[in-house]
Write a protein that binds this ligand. Structure first.
Ligand code: FES
Length: 182
């Protein structure tokens, strides 16, 4: 059984996080994040480590961890594909995108490929509705305006460990361009 511990340096970092707040409860999210960056997930034993470290009830940490899809409650693949299936993405083919990926990788949402390379999740709105359908890769890169061809390329690139460029949402640029066109 794996032993989950924070190092002395990590504990010092956690103390600094706790010191920002009047009590340790708001530190749960950043410390869960630290733990996930270290272990790649926050499965129950990691949640217990966070609870122990912050001297909080396990149920409190568990409640926070399970509220957000961004915290991985079990081990995931190297690349986690969060396909948005909320309203705007759904209207623009979010479920078709999800099913295309499921067929391509031979797994269902919530599963991981046997080689440990990919997990798929169906997630709520990621705040890029104007760029639907879209997905996020491992809590990081956004890939917008998905098509089967684009998904094929993304998967091929990820197999070679090449992350696509983050496709940002240039709100300011759009506003400037709109004003220039007025
Ligand atoms: S509905 Fe998909 S990003 Fe908002």
């Amino acid at each position: 059984m794996q032993n989950f511990e924070f190092t002395k340096e990590e504990l010092a970092k956690i103390d600094a996080i706790i010191a920002r707040y009047p009590n340790p409860q708001p530190a749960v999210m950043p410390v869960l994040w630290m733990a996930q960056e270290k272990y790649g997930h926050v499965e129950p034993d990691v949640q217990k480590l966070v609870a122990r470290t912050l001297n909080l009830p396990e149920a409190h940490v568990h409640g926070v961890a399970t509220f957000y899809t961004q915290y991985y409650k079990e081990r995931k693949g190297k690349y986690v594909l969060d396909v948005c299936t909320s309203f705007s993405c759904q209207a623009c083919g979010g479920y078709e995108t999800l099913h295309y990926l499921e067929d391509k990788l031979g797994i269902k949402a919530g599963e991981t490929t046997p080689d440990g390379m990919f997990s798929i999740q169906s997630v709520e709105c990621l705040g890029a509705c104007g760029y639907a359908p879209m997905m996020q890769i491992t809590n990081d890169v956004y890939v917008n305006h998905l098509t089967p061809e684009k998904l094929d390329k993304v998967i091929d690139d990820l197999k070679k460990d090449q992350l696509p460029e983050f496709e940002s949402i240039p709100l300011v640029q759009n506003r400037t361009t709109a004003m220039e066109n007025e």
